[in-house]
Design a protein. Structure first.
Ligand SMILES: [Zn+2]
Ligand SMILES: [Zn+2]
Length: 358
């Protein structure tokens, strides 16, 4: 947990109230360590109240269910979703839950044993913990044969990247695709494009290591943007630009590049988390690559625009069929006491995912 802004994470004992109506208590088996947890730490809590329980890529077993929960029983293996559509907002009411901006949450039920303060669970999850309480609709049942130390990855990075190619800007068979940024999310975009039968997948990054990873996960071409003009190179490799460009970095420059590397009527998708004061200027009028004359489209993807109850079981199936590589995405398995070290490795960029095993 994070006790105050700027402090390193600490491990403490917690006390958990029983799950309330519609809630479930989960015993965690594994949790991925995602960049967003690091962001929360580096950005002094991102507006959340302290103390904060980090972690939002968790998988485990239902240990107890609250009143009225009929869809889950103790022992069920689940992945925790931080998006569980509310059923009540204008998007849900018109039958479009992928555009829901709310998420069902449990009441705060986790306390510090020392003093009793309630913990704020990151993204309503809080998975850097042996146990957590979430809304039952945020606990997505997994097939029995799905290993939970891999299933946890589905919850954030993988569903975000694959979902961008299946939900936000669906790749068609035979499409030309570019992916800017080849961390955990970018590699998942590459996998999604491969699963959707793209004919060309061009990976762009500054790191030779990440470009090697990209090839392993399905990139057909790689471009090192530290060495060449990425837009010119992608346009050259694809003939006239790509049908889909996904940026998984969050830097304005990368969004601009994604738009300018498109073929006529192509679609760029912005996935990476931007800084709070970020802005981008798009060229509108260039006859070849300008936003207007090139008839470009720009989308934003939040968490793969996922519908977890539908998408998590689908992704688990793709893994079990050997079509989605999760094994290769786990660089390191660690203990709860290694979270600070995992954050440091993330800053240096030599890790796709560290996974905490409980
Ligand atoms: Zn809703
Ligand atoms: Zn995440």
């Amino acid at each position: 947990m994070l006790l105050e802004p700027g402090a390193p994470v600490v491990i403490e004992e917690i006390v958990i109230d029983p799950p309330g109506p519609g809630e479930v208590l989960i015993r965690l088996a594994a949790s991925g360590v995602c960049h967003t947890d690091l962001h929360v730490k580096n950005m002094k809590g991102m507006g959340m109240s302290f103390p904060i329980l980090l972690g939002h890529e968790g998988a485990g077993y239902v240990e107890a269910v609250g009143e009225g929960v009929t869809t889950l029983v103790p022992g069920d293996p689940v992945v925790i979703a931080y998006r569980a559509p509310c059923g009540d907002c204008p998007a849900c009411l018109r039958g479009d839950p992928r555009r829901c901006w709310m998420a069902l949450r449990a009441k705060q039920r986790i306390h510090r044993k020392n003093g009793g303060d309630l913990l704020t669970q990151v993204l309503r999850c809080g998975t850097f913990s042996t146990h957590t309480v979430v809304h039952h609709k945020a606990a997505i049942k997994m097939p029995k044969e799905m290993p939970l130390d891999k299933a946890c990855l589905l919850a954030c990075g993988v569903v975000t990247g694959v979902g961008a190619t299946l939900n936000t800007a669906p790749v068609w068979a035979g499409a030309r695709v570019a992916v800017i940024g080849c961390g955990g999310v970018g590699l998942s975009v590459i996998q999604g494009a491969r699963i959707a039968h793209a004919k060309q997948i061009i990976a762009v990054d500054l790191s030779p290591t990440k470009l090697e990873w990209a090839k392993k996960f399905g990139a057909t071409d790689v471009v090192n943007a530290a060495e060449v003009d990425a837009v010119a190179k992608v346009r050259e490799l694809s003939g006239e630009g790509v049908d889909f460009a996904y940026e998984a970095v969050g830097l304005p420059k990368c969004i601009d590049q994604a738009v300018r590397m498109l073929a006529y009527a192509g679609t760029a998708t912005h996935i990476g988390l931007p800084e709070s004061n970020a802005s981008v200027t798009l060229d509108l009028g260039d006859m070849d690559t300008g936003f207007y004359w090139n008839k470009a489209k720009l989308c934003v993807c939040h968490c793969g625009d996922a519908l977890p109850s539908n998408d998590f079981p689908l992704l688990a199936q793709l893994y079990l069929q050997g079509k989605l590589d999760l094994d290769g995405m786990v660089t390191k398995t660690i203990g709860l006491e290694d979270v600070e070290e995992a954050f440091e490795m993330m800053e240096t960029g030599d890790v796709i995912r560290s996974v905490i095993l409980f």
